[in-house]
Design a protein around this ligand. Sequence first.
Ligand SMILES: Cc1ncc(C[n+]2csc(CCOP(=O)(O)OP(=O)(O)O)c2C)c(N)n1
Ligand SMILES: [Mg+2]
Length: 338
Amino acid sequence: MSAASLETLGTLESRVRWLASWTIHNANHLRGADVGDVKVGGHQASCASISTIMTALYFHSLRPQDRVAVKPHAGPIFHAIQYLAGNQSLEKLQNFRGFHGAQSYPSRTKDVDDVDFSTGSVGLGVAQTLFSSLVQDYVKAHGGLNKAPEGRMISLVGDAEMDEGNIYEALLEGWKHGLRNCWWIVDYNRQSLDAVIREGLWEKFESIFRNFGWDVVTLKYGSLQEEAFKEPGGNKLRDWIDLCPNQLYCALAYQGGAAWRKRLLDDLGDQGEVTELIERRSDEELSKLMCNLGGHDLPSLIEAFEEAGKHDRPVLFLCYTVKGFGLPLAGHKDNHAG
Ligand SMILES: Cc1ncc(C[n+]2csc(CCOP(=O)(O)OP(=O)(O)O)c2C)c(N)n1
Ligand SMILES: [Mg+2]
């Protein structure tokens, strides 16, 4: 991909994130200002977390025949993307969660911007994509697809959403029927509604999914981080990231550059070249580096989707992200709805 295209995608990503954040802010604090703030709700942090992934998908990787189940709390990101594509109106965004406004969770019946799967109860959209792939195989086997291309059924999933039991029931069913053309993309921000997720969950996902015949693609480090790891002392930084508990990573993402520096120097300051690696960067650069996880790195996402697009095996993408990425509430423990 050319540098110019990448830059354009980066601009789209920040506009999508801004528009989703603004849609929610407007509903809660501006629309009813004459009667005081109204608790309308909406989830800015959940949206920001998945904004890079959805930008890569919708503005680059999706084909017309593909269908997507968007994790419920990313509804505003979906509507923002559709707005930029000319399929959603400003009026409905301004009336988010109001009567006839854009829906809080993507809805096939109430939204106008071509939602593929209604979501809301976590877990349901995930399983639906798997069964849709099986149905597509059935229809094809019975000559119903004619010459139409096979679509890919894609689910965008929260990491805590993976707690839902119906997902594992579906997994087994998929294995029995030779599941194809199905991607599940986990927004691995390590935060749920009200907690930080348990350490090492990614290992459980890896082994469960491989066991059921899925490919597992983990996007942990962004390209900025990969570059930094090549600098002298970079391996120490990577080890630190790998050992950092989820709770601390989230807290530092919230506190920002000075806090990252203090903690990194406290832990690594006496370990040679890595000190210079840290000190070469301003607070802002350090914060950008540490939040440049795989799920916020357009080149990594695009490459991973391109690679997986070469075959029809089911794929689980584990994309490390920061909940609230790019917003002042990034990583904060109360950022789900607070
Ligand atoms: C069946 C069901 N149970 C509970 C909820 C309440 N709920 C909303 S979001 C959420 C978890 C959010 O965490 P995660 O899946 O990690 O999403 P993200 O961090 O991306 O916001 C839960 C349990 C729900 N929507 N549906
Ligand atoms: Mg989460």
